[in-house]
Design a protein around this ligand. Structure first.
Ligand SMILES: CN(C)C(=N)NCCC[C@H](N)C(=O)O
Length: 288
């Protein structure tokens, strides 16, 4: 089993994650809180009230867990392709796999990584939604003091299953959209790379960026539902499930609710995934 694929997935994910976290915080707030008038208003209010640090709330757990999550995604994807096509990462340049195989391998990677991602993503979303400024003597303390305290509180208040709140919506979001992610990336690399050669850095950056955009545009409707279900536990159980969350969100805010965070998701997706794929490709080439 090519272990390098798991390690490359980890390092490349961490680079992309740090770069995109401030955008992610704005997106999560727009999807779950109705007090902001738009991206600019949200950014200005975070900066004024919480300082630059407000944009980085909830980042430590994702950085720590990306090792597991991204190595599962890229490792399962690559090993699923190996099973389906019997070709390694290097051999695939000369013998490109079919788009059906790429899609199936991507969906498998997306499905499995969702379960590893679910508890870490839940804690990230809960911390990102805390609007209190950094604790000062005498100021009100936020509900969660940090990621470990957040995890322990959810465990105590909602039991172990509470840590998987929103996991089903996350799985529905990631299974098909990671198929789309890898198809877009491989398709664009194939299109702009001479037969049998490795794609150039520019091709990898552009293909990775567009793969990010294509997957996040299609993922945004379920991303909204996932974020809402993850915040649901705080106010007691309001939604009865994914469908109930969809129906009541549309009833209250119209179908446009599914597009919340679309612009920022797409803007964030290009640089994050361009860098993710560039480091992934280079790490694999470097390890031979
Ligand atoms: C649409 N989805 C769920 C994805 N494309 N997921 C892959 C994650 C890539 C990167 N860490 C990111 O956050 O964009």
């Amino acid at each position: 089993m090519p272990v390098e694929e798991f390690v490359a997935g980890w390092i490349s994910g961490a680079v992309g994650l740090v770069l995109g976290h401030p955008f992610d915080t704005v997106k999560v707030r727009l999807q779950t809180q109705t007090t902001y008038r738009g991206i600019a208003d949200c950014m200005v209010r975070i900066y004024r009230h919480e300082s630059l640090l407000g944009f980085f709330k909830g980042m430590s757990f994702p950085v720590a867990s990306i090792a597991v999550v991204n190595s599962v995604l890229f490792g399962v994807y690559s090993n699923a392709l190996l099973l389906l096509t019997a070709t390694s990462h290097q051999e695939r340049r000369a013998q490109p796999p079919s788009y059906m195989h790429i899609f199936l391998a991507g969906c498998t990677g997306g499905f499995l990584q969702a379960y590893f991602l679910a508890p870490f993503d839940l804690i990230k979303v809960r911390l990102q939604n805390q609007t209190e400024p950094r604790a000062q003597p005498g100021s009100p303390r936020p509900r969660y003091q940090g990621p470990m305290h957040c995890a322990a509180s959810i465990f105590q208040e909602e039991g172990p299953r509470g840590l998987f709140r929103g996991a089903w919506a996350l799985t529905l979001r990631d299974t098909p959209t990671l198929g789309i992610y890898f198809i877009t990336y491989e398709g664009l690399c194939h299109q702009y790379t001479p037969e049998g050669q490795n794609p150039s850095s520019a091709t990898v950056l552009v293909a990775g960026g567009f793969a990010g955009i294509a997957s996040w545009v299609t993922a945004t409707p379920l991303d909204v539902i996932k974020s809402r279900m993850q915040m649901d536990g705080l106010r007691g159980k309001v939604y009865r499930g994914v469908l109930d969350c969809m129906v009541s969100s549309v009833r209250q805010e119209g179908v446009g609710v599914f597009l919340r965070g679309l612009t920022i998701n797409s803007a964030r997706a290009f640089p994050v995934n361009a860098v993710t794929f560039l480091s992934y490709e280079y790490l694999l080439r470097w390890w031979g």
